[in-house]
Write a protein that binds this ligand. Structure first.
Ligand SMILES: [Mn+2]
Length: 336
């Protein structure tokens, strides 16, 4: 056994039995294979722990008993502790308190995963103490005080902290609420293992009073969407090796992951674009049909359209259209 403390990390599995439109293979089987690979690797290298930064499941309030059982079966093979936090997709209504009613909660109750919000996990070897703490997703994680990224310092040589939020290696983002890496400067953690944002982020060290905090956001283990970041991305797991000299990390591609060209339906991208154009045209038609007044809320605007409502485009859902129309009208209101 290595004299280094070893932690394997991956995030955002988004397990579901329902295949995303974008996938040509069985998404669920691919995800279970990845989780099995993480567990198998942990067993093989006799890791001290496996850490997952949330979104084990995909379907929020709709996670099924079968999906929970599938995950349980894979996790039951782990011979090392599996330390986790809840992502927003593991929760019902974005509420961490929903835990007892979720598939995630069943895995906790069965002792298959260890929920870090209940308390930290300590690893001790040759006098070295590593503490693993974690804070589950909550609404506002990337607003205000951003407390999730600032854990209470525990008695240890190194503290590794799990988070689930938009912690990004950028200064500007298309996402409204996010936390730039610099936003966690001063954290008491020595390493943050983050999940939530699916593209892989650069690993960087941010300043604190302890020689810096290593921020690692390896990206999602899953590739469920036809977004450009997924076109050539191979999902990776993180291996942390810790000794008295510090924390070293390597990123290692999942061996079972197939090239995106084999699992993503690229031709659907064009179809999706066409749907988007249709939606936009519809929203524009809606705007023309209304006597647009800045003071009206989107709901009032929609009500005002009444019978002049343009026809829904084919092959899009009514709810989608309404949402798009609201977004469009809101944007129009903001710029008027
Ligand atoms: Mn998430």
């Amino acid at each position: 056994m290595s004299d280094k403390i070893t932690i394997l990390h991956a995030t955002d599995f988004h397990y579901t039995r329902r295949n995303p439109r974008s996938r040509s293979d069985s998404f669920g089987e691919a995800i279970l294979a990845k989780l099995a690979e993480l567990v198998g690797t942990g067993n093989k290298i006799k890791a001290d722990a496996i850490a997952i930064s949330g979104d084990l499941f995909d379907r929020k309030g709709d996670v099924t008993t079968e999906e929970t059982a599938d995950m349980a079966r894979v996790l039951a093979a782990a011979r090392v502790p599996v330390l986790t936090i809840m992502g927003n997709h593991d929760q019902i209504g974005y509420r961490p308190e929903s835990l007892p009613k979720t598939g995630y909660g069943v895995l906790v109750a069965a002792g298959l995963i260890r929920h870090l919000d209940d308390g930290p996990f300590f690893i001790r070897r040759n006098g070295l103490v590593v503490a693993v703490s974690g804070t589950s997703y909550r609404d506002g994680v990337d607003r205000d005080g951003r407390e999730s990224y600032f854990p209470e310092r525990l008695e240890c040589d190194f503290q590794v902290h799990l988070t689930h939020g938009y912690l990004l290696d950028v200064k500007q983002s298309i996402i409204e609420e996010f936390t730039p890496y610099t936003g966690v400067a001063g954290t008491e953690a020595d390493c943050i293992l983050n999940g939530h944002y699916h593209p892989e982020q650069k690993t960087k060290r941010v300043r604190n009073d302890r020689g810096g905090c290593l921020v690692i956001s390896p990206g999602a283990a899953s590739r469920g969407a036809l977004t450009s970041d997924n076109f050539d991305r191979m999902p990776r797991m993180t291996i942390l090796r810790i000794d008295a000299d510090g924390i070293r990390h390597t990123l290692r591609p999942f061996q079972c992951a197939r090239p995106s060209s084999e699992v993503l339906k690229f031709e659907e991208k064009a179809e999706e674009k066409e749907r988007d154009t249709k939606l936009k045209e519809f929203a524009e038609g809606l705007r023309e049909a209304t006597d647009f007044e800045e003071t009206l809320t989107p709901e009032e605007l929609l009500a005002a359209v009444g019978e002049d409502m343009p026809e829904f485009p084919d092959d899009v859902l009514r709810d989608e259209v309404m949402l798009e129309a609201k977004r469009y009208l809101e944007a129009a209101g903001a710029s008027a």
